[in-house]
Design a protein around this ligand. Sequence first.
Ligand SMILES: Cc1cc2nc3c(=O)[nH]c(=O)nc-3n(C[C@H](O)[C@H](O)[C@H](O)COP(=O)(O)O)c2cc1C
Length: 215
Amino acid sequence: MDVLEAIKSRRTIRTFQTAVPPKALIEACLEAATWAPSATNQQPWEFIVASGEDLPKITDITKRHFAARVKERPPFDQVPDHCRERQSEVFAAMNQAVESQGINTQELYADSLRFFNAPYGVYFVTHRTHDYQYQVSVAAAIENFLLALVSHGLGGCWQGAAVICQEELKQHLGLAENKILLAGVGVGYPVDDAPLNNFRRNRATVTECTTWLGC
Ligand SMILES: Cc1cc2nc3c(=O)[nH]c(=O)nc-3n(C[C@H](O)[C@H](O)[C@H](O)COP(=O)(O)O)c2cc1C
């Protein structure tokens, strides 16, 4: 598959088939993740792949502590208006899709905390440093991973919500204090015609977000 085709056909998948993709496919996508650029090639990422009986053990921790941890988060008040509008837009589209799929938003919220019932949950971990460079390097690895999923007929949902309960998850996973769980990605085969995998997402135009200098 052509790179641009993979980039443009990737979308967040929130409805998964129950079939479990072979471990070798997940490994191949993680290998693609490791080819991401990183600050001075330090490759500051670690991956934790959970499936089978281990997956609900981990997501139960998130379910148990999520409400309390969300309350502790800093206020969402430094967001530019245009970003807030885009957020409202995606929530509205998602809610509409949820209703047409015959589930309510509370159910979706509960599902989201168990990776939308995906057969794999993949956590991306880095070291805590004062610099932001490790975090952006791992973000590049996550995008590589998502694109590789597309090329193998898989889909994923990058979830900030999956790592909100940092301390509890780190304890369960035996991760040192100086590690950070940056994201969890639910992975599986997409249900191609599910409304939640098909609602429209908009993008601002290049003109809206670009300043050209000297050209
Ligand atoms: C940092 C980050 C955190 C995200 N967290 C969540 C999440 O917790 N739950 C969720 O359903 N989607 C989450 N997403 C997916 C975004 O909602 C999605 O990428 C966005 O709406 C654009 O849609 P697209 O990926 O289909 O293009 C997250 C994406 C990123 C990059």
